[in-house]
Write a protein that binds this ligand. Sequence first.
Ligand code: TYM
Length: 330
Amino acid sequence: MKRVFSGVQPSGELTLGNYLGAIRNFVSFQHEAECFFCVVDLHAITVPQDPEDLYRRTLDIARLFIASGIDPDIATVFVQSHVSAHAELSWLLECNTYIGELRRMTQFKEKSEGRETVSAGLFTYPVLMAADILLYDTDEVPVGEDQKQHLELTRDLAQRINQRFGPVFKVPEPYIPPKDSGGRIMSLTDPTKKMAKSGDDRSSIALLDSPSVIAKKIKGAVTDSGREVRYDVEEKPAISNLMVIYSLCSGDSLETIADRYGASGYGKFKADLADVVISTLEPIQKRYQELTEPGVIEEILAQGAQRAERTAQVVLNRFREKLGLVPRRS
Ligand code: TYM
């Protein structure tokens, strides 16, 4: 059976971008592949985090995975730092990674820009991500478009190591939806930027936003000049982004939406979009509430870590052996 791995950082409140670009696809993969979905807390601490927020968000993301439809009896849901093989493989991979290739990572450039101090962890972040993926002999990695370069590095590392030491790692393929199917959901206040977790509050819709907040944010979303609802990324980037959100939440095609709202102006379109988003998120929010009972998510994560560890240890040992590291006698 095909293996699928993906991760989400507890670095902010999960957004509609995370859901439409990635988590929605996690849900559909679980019936056709052996899936591992991970809350990557070690990635989040590459930039300063408030410990209480980190703790709460780590559990919340796991709850939201399940509330979105991931069945923890079918897919393995776990926390990265619970499986120490991730950090260990990351070191082994770092020793096979070049500083030059990490310097070229655009996300590192963006995230380090303007900061007075930058942690070494932020620089080696993509290597830990490669470790996450390679540890599970992963075939496919569902992610948004912003992770494409990191996936390319993962593939390069796997190929380099396989060449140096003989077959060790499976070379994974990214699964990235096209832009008009959620690969890159843009900010509501600036359609040239992606919708980000840590962005300005009005720019993104959080999965746990209340219906009235969602309606307000959509009403306030920037639009383009003119009044025609038409999919045209060049001329109408803001409306095109809203149309993609509408399409993914409702199942209606972009053409159907253009036909329905083309002439009715932005106001009616935005009001209906708010309803469509609210009814997509309502069932998720309801299931999330049920998972807030103490101990429920912790138990799911404990079982997930156990399952993940069994697979990860096999792959880690395979690489340790190839490197000539002496196994510890038990
Ligand atoms: P993160 O936590 O930033 O985002 C989680 C997932 O959501 C996707 N995404 C988006 N998709 C469409 N439109 C957007 N505006 C948008 N914003 C975010 C991301 O592409 C991602 O798929 N480095 C990763 C986490 C990670 C990982 C991994 C992913 C660590 N190890 C191993 C896959 C495999 C990240 O920061 O995602």
